[in-house]
Design a protein around this ligand. Sequence first.
Ligand code: HEM
Length: 455
Amino acid sequence: MTRAETFDCPVQVPLAVRPMGVWDSFQTSRRNVLELIPEIAVRQPMVSGRTVKRWHMVMEPGAIRRVLKDRLEDYPKSDVTKMILRPAIGESLFVAEGAHWHWQRRAAAPAFSVRNVQALAPVMTAAAERAAERVAAQAGRAANLYEEMVTTTFEVISDVTFSGGEAFDRAAVHRAIDAYIASTARVSILDIVGAPPWVPRLSRLTTGPAMKAMKSMADEAITERRGSGRAGVPDLLDHLLDGEDPETHRRMTTAELRDNLLTFIVAGHETTALTLAWALYLCAFDPVVQDRARAEARAALGSRAATVADLPALGLCRRIVDEALRLYPPAAFLSRTALAEDRLCGREIRPGDTVMLPIYALQRHHLLWPDPHRFDPDRFADPKGIDRFAYLPFGGGPRICIGASFALQEAVIILATLLARFRFTPVPGRAPRPVLILTLRPEGGVWLNVAEAGD
Ligand code: HEM
């Protein structure tokens, strides 16, 4: 990469330029797991190595398709993924494998149908309106837009999971999830590739008191809803209560409902907040794109909040979200454990090998993306030109994110509402640093100067 290329590009992770031993890897991963990705991963189809265990990083769309789709059964989610998530979300959709995953996916699918997701849009519009009010109160100074977006997306996800429940204390649930994610923050590459026993292990993660309290609160809310029935537009809990696996006719128990609803909260809230925070950072980074997007949003909305009916008129806002998800994929690193012998990119895969899909490197790969580090939302103007397995912010194959259209709808509604009303500019010296702590977070927050956009 040339100096000029770096200068014109938004913030990025300094990838490793020399091979690392076990100790170096451990130290680096404590700082930022993404810095373990070798720089050659954005230039070569596959990188393999051994740090205690054999591992491979795969960046070639055909091979990724094989892992995520064609040979799904041979590449279950890695033990470390499960270790991290099980204490919080049990054997829910995100973690389960085989038949237990399949029936839950079939039972939950209707909740995320286009019609049902669209019906939930008013919750997103209302949250966008409240976000705009909070941001307006900070006009004329710098605001941490990451914090604001976390608040906003948490309002959305809690309103569409346990809406109106007496038993559900939104703030307490939020605190419990934050504490849990913080306790997993020490995820190290050694955990991912198989750590020696003296390394502090994630398997020691336990269900703390805050998490226990959250689970019982969710159970109460579900029991309450079973008794009282629904009011108004059915939310995700109503849909899951109605949900039945069309093949086995199995329905979810209260514990299964709870684990899946908590999964939606954990999987859906921070990821969407990150998408929005990085999108706003990118708009501040590139004022020309921001002005174009504001013109689009104002033409469609004036100064009201966006609704689902506005989405067709918000093409650039959508492309900004797509590009933010390319440059800063919240789920930057997917990981699988090989169960069977296989070959990927001509290389031997043995049972027990860790197969990593570094989405961050894939989506900045020089063979797949022209000028890959540059912010250019218009590269999504013709989505057909992009290989399906070169762009995987939501994963791919049968285990693709069930909430993808929900998240995209929410992100565009909130982004357009904010851009129509405000102008965002960078705060000198406070550019965020992308750090992988379970998700790809902006270390230090996304601080931007906020001004009313005026008429
Ligand atoms: C921008 C926001 C989001 C991003 C970037 C994202 C990303 C992902 C990714 C990459 C996966 C696949 C993981 C893997 O294959 O290892 C996934 C799965 C999943 N996501 Fe999302 N997600 C987002 C929003 C949501 C929302 C809003 C919900 C629910 C309301 C949700 C629920 C789930 C669930 C349940 C799964 C597991 C699906 C399965 O295994 O069948 N996600 N997500």
